[in-house]
Write a protein that binds this ligand. Structure first.
Ligand code: DAH
Length: 358
């Protein structure tokens, strides 16, 4: 028997008694590591005579192989055991109900803009955008709004410090500015809607200093008021989801259109309950008209060749009407309870008819 029997049996016993993966790793280091017991014994070989060294060396190598195999086997056994222990412990109960999760809601303003875009999109309109900070010229002058018009007064309009290339800086008071940018940048035919934020010094249950409008503009060679009536009738019927919704075009005045009209939709207030549709009453919802020749000229379009129509709709107004929201200020209070009540699921897709398909 070799002289290292004791070493072998004590190391084997340590392997045997290890019960965890980290314990077996410690045994490995203790036996075979740089300063391990077997490594030490091997270093001792140099002190022996060549004959002794040969047999002792062979013996130590055998011990090393046996030990390495034993450690590896033990590692396998222990990791299997640890795995089955975890499997036993970490059971997944597939019958548990899911935890309630907060779901985000689409704000009624975003929803309404999406619905408007979907409806006009079906009619071949594309979406245009313009800046919210404008030069006076784009907001007023180009749109034929005279110098002394009340809208230009300081108490209606937010003026900003500084002067641009085309006059004083203002926060746009309407999205009609996008008409001007579009006509200056694109060649007719033009068929756009421009939804966006607008600003006026106003604050009560139906006014907010920041609100939203959608502007519409069509410019082509033979556009007339019948087209305007058709487009707006189709839009109102689709948006409010009333197929035969009556519309009334009342003569009105806007500096940028001639002739101009305001559009009312049929409604009833019978019994104190407001309802859109047939009835004995009318509700104003938008302004429109044939684009004033002066506006076309200001935007380098020849009025003898092209005509067009335009319209402007208040987004909050039509959202309040359709979804029964009584106070405009609540749109901007960021009250989550309000949003949960009036908001929309992201899974509701705006569609052409009725605005929403549920
Ligand atoms: N810009 C108008 C407003 O803010 C709305 C409007 C009326 C726009 C008639 C138009 C239009 O394009 O033709 O009240």
């Amino acid at each position: 028997m070799g002289s290292n029997d004791n070493l072998k049996s004590s190391l084997m016993a340590m392997v045997e008694s290890a019960t965890t993966l980290s314990a077996i790793e410690e045994v490995r280091v203790h036996a075979l590591g740089k300063k391990g017991a077997l490594t030490d014994a091997m270093k001792g070989l140099s002190a022996l005579s060549p004959d002794e060294r040969k047999s002792a060396g062979q013996e130590l190598n055998k011990i090393k192989d046996a030990l390495t195999a034993a450690i590896e086997a033990k590692k396998q056994t222990l990791s299997m055991a640890e795995m089955s222990a975890r499997l036993m412990e970490e059971k997944v109960d597939v019958t548990l109900p899911t935890r309630p999760e907060q779901q985000g809601r689409i704000h009624p303003i975003s929803q309404t803009i999406d619905e408007v875009i979907a409806i006009f999109g079906e009619m071949g309109f594309s979406v245009a955008e313009g800046p919210e900070i404008e030069d006076d010229w784009y907001n007023f002058t180009a749109l034929n709004i005279p110098e002394d018009h009340p809208a230009r007064q300081e108490h209606d309009t937010f003026y900003l410090p500084g002067v641009g290339e085309k006059g004083r800086k203002v926060l746009r008071t309407h999205t009609s500015t996008v008409q001007v940018h579009t006509m200056l940048n694109e060649k007719p035919p033009i068929r756009i809607i421009a939804p966006g934020r607008t600003y006026r010094c106003d604050y009560d249950a139906t006014h907010s200093p920041m609100f939203h409008q959608v502007e519409g503009l069509v410019i082509d060679k033979a556009v007339n008021m019948t087209h305007l009536r058709g487009v707006l009738t189709d839009f109102c019927r689709a948006y409010f989801g009333v197929d035969d919704l009556p519309l009334q075009f009342r003569p009105s005045y806007f500096p940028f259109t001639e002739p101009s009209a305001e559009v009312d939709i049929g409604c009833t207030r019978a019994g104190g309950e407001f309802k859109i549709g047939h009835g004995d009453d009318w509700l104003e919802i938008l302004g429109c008209g044939m684009v004033n020749e002066k506006v076309l000229e200001n935007c380098n379009i020849d009025p003898n060749e092209y005509q067009g129509f335009a319209f402007g709709i208040g987004i909050e107004r039509i959202a309040m009407l359709k979804y029964g929201i009584p106070d405009l200020r609540t749109f901007y209070e960021s009250d989550l309870r309000w949003l949960r009540h009036y908001g929309f699921s992201a899974l509701d897709v705006p569609s052409m008819t009725g605005g929403l398909s549920r």
